[in-house]
Design a protein around this ligand. Sequence first.
Ligand SMILES: [Fe+2]
Length: 381
Amino acid sequence: MDRDEFGRLLRQHHMKEGWSYDEEFTPRPYWPEVPRNETAFHKWAWKTVKPVLEKGGEVVGLGHEEGSYDRRVVALCNPGLEPHYAATATLFADIQLLKEGEDAPSHHHTPCATRFVMEGQGWTSIEGDRATLTPGDIVHCGPAYWHDHRNEDAEDFFFLDVLDIPLLQYLGVSEWYFKYEDVSGDPKDVHHPLRPDRKDMRAYEQGWAVPGFELDDPRQYREIGHWPYADLRPLLDRVSAQQGSDVDDVLLRLRNVGSAGTVGPTVDICSQLLRPGCSTLEHRRTWATIFICVEGAGRITIDGVPHEFDLNDVFVVPGWAWRRWENPNSADCVVHSISDLALLERLGFARQQKKLADGSIEDSGWPAPPYVRTKPITTVP
Ligand SMILES: [Fe+2]
């Protein structure tokens, strides 16, 4: 029996070679020699995407009536990850449209969801607490909370949703529940009522101190957050007086006030100011990131290829791709971003490299014990 015949025999029994068997000694797909992933760089330009979404507003109804849907969302499918509904290996992204007077019924799911407001205004409510949303705002909803959205304005209301669906699907723990009427007992009542003692969600995410006792309603500090752009933007301005980062320029990592850690256990959310004239060092990271431009315009160069981006453009930067930021304009540029950095940090796989001015590479190494061996920061000539 030769190797080809043996290969066929293995496949008859749902087995495959676990070694490099060809003459070139090609590594098996699960033995990459550099951190590798299938996520591709892709940009969904707002000027192209918005008219497509508006057509969706004409052909898709919203609600629980016959022929309507629970959500009017268009999934952003990364070309490197087709046929999966995924923007990165772990994150799903869609753009949601609510037209004048429309509301999306209450539902809940185990994936967490972060929303980035693009155009128009409306509200989202999470088990009765409500955030009023305007462009540039970020709102986060943790797992398994009833939530719904509404547009009470004359203009269309667009926002980007990002959920850790691919990760939870991979883990076999993605679960969705759509029928609030089963809770309310009335088929027409598909919205969670507002809480009589409802809080302004901002209050929970902007505190500089947290209670030192068990809260009556601890979820407020752990799983829900609203970061209005009206509050984030002055904070970016304030820290922009600093020298900033040579790879990110001016970047804020949003924090979960309850844990003082990342917004969620799987997701890290940032807001980043690219000051006029800024040009960062080339760098790469093991986590893929979804970006949305919420003010101005800029340029990101990925593996040597420059990509211009404009207001409300959404783009994905793959893990371990070399990237460099520039703002060649005279006005500020602000991008928000979301990634699975929170998860990789917990697992010890958040590694970074940057190219220094002399051409050498500074490497963080694989960072965190006890899961992997710790290496010091090294400079490779
Ligand atoms: Fe949802």
